[in-house]
Ligand binder design. Structure first.
Ligand code: 4GX
Length: 240
């Protein structure tokens, strides 16, 4: 441990997130660049992908079927999805000294029918040690997966319908990961703190940087004044 700050280790809140998806390849890119990749390298964020196809039934690894009562599209099967969820949950029990097995993952289904994801919700999720994200396709999943208690929360990232739950899952992972202590750099998180203090976490006021003048467009004088009380007042005034 030479050269390592051992006391800082206790603040390393590792978060494990298991993702159940038909398209694990969709996650390459967004989660292998920049801050999220750095978080994974630092082992603050432990992402584990599971291909739902591998839990499918029969020769063709079937995971969906036509809806009872008729209608267009396909529905993801309860037997297949429950098998996948339970496989991930039982992995925790096998964890070293049962650490992960103490409590199972918070199981989330991303769905336009869910409760809207907000910053408050993100901060609550960031306190969890272990999340499981189920990414749905087609018309969604058999309702018995939810009614039977295999999903803890249904969450929507917004009031529109996408082709699948993968992009919503990535949005949730990104928003949650940046709340994990150590994921943002020292400067970034210090800035974050000052944002949450009086100015709101959403950075709703306008920002400027160099150059001071661009094609006749200038920076508000107050921001160049060095008067931090006035700058604060100006920013509060400009929120929304
Ligand atoms: N915020 N999608 C879920 C399948 C589906 C369709 C209907 C339930 C009912 C979404 C969103 C979202 C696409 C994920 C459709 N599930 N997820 N999927 N908006 O659009 O979270």
């Amino acid at each position: 441990m030479a050269g390592k700050n051992v006391t800082s280790l206790k603040y390393c809140a590792v978060m494990r997130i298991d993702i159940l998806t038909l398209f694990p390849g969709m996650f390459e890119g967004p989660l292998t660049e920049s801050i999220l990749q750095r978080a994974r390298e630092k082992e603050l964020l432990d992402l584990r992908f599971h291909d739902l196809r591998s839990f499918g039934l029969g020769k063709y690894k079937q995971i969906d079927d036509s809806p009872y009562g008729g209608g267009a599209g396909m529905v993801m099967r309860v037997d297949v999805i429950v098998k996948a969820i339970e496989a991930v949950m039982s992995e925790g029990q096998k964890g070293k000294r049962g650490q992960e097995g103490q409590e199972g993952p918070l199981r989330i289904y991303l769905s336009p029918r869910g409760k809207r994801l907000t910053q408050t919700k993100v901060e609550r999720l960031a306190k969890k040690k272990w999340l499981l994200l189920l990414c749905g396709h087609y018309e969604g999943i058999d309702q018995r997966i939810i009614d039977g208690g295999w999903i803890d929360e249904e969450i929507s990232i917004g009031d529109y319908v996408l082709t699948g739950g993968e992009l919503p899952a990535m949005v949730l992972i990104d928003a949650v990961a940046r709340q994990i202590p150590g994921v943002l750099g020292k400067d970034e998180s210090a800035q974050e703190e000052s944002f949450s203090a009086s100015l709101g976490r959403k950075r709703e006021y306008p920002h400027y940087t160099r150059p001071e003048e661009f094609r006749g467009l200038t920076v508000p004088d107050v921001l160049l004044s060095g008067n931090h009380r006035k700058i604060g007042e100006w920013r509060i005034d400009k929120i929304k």
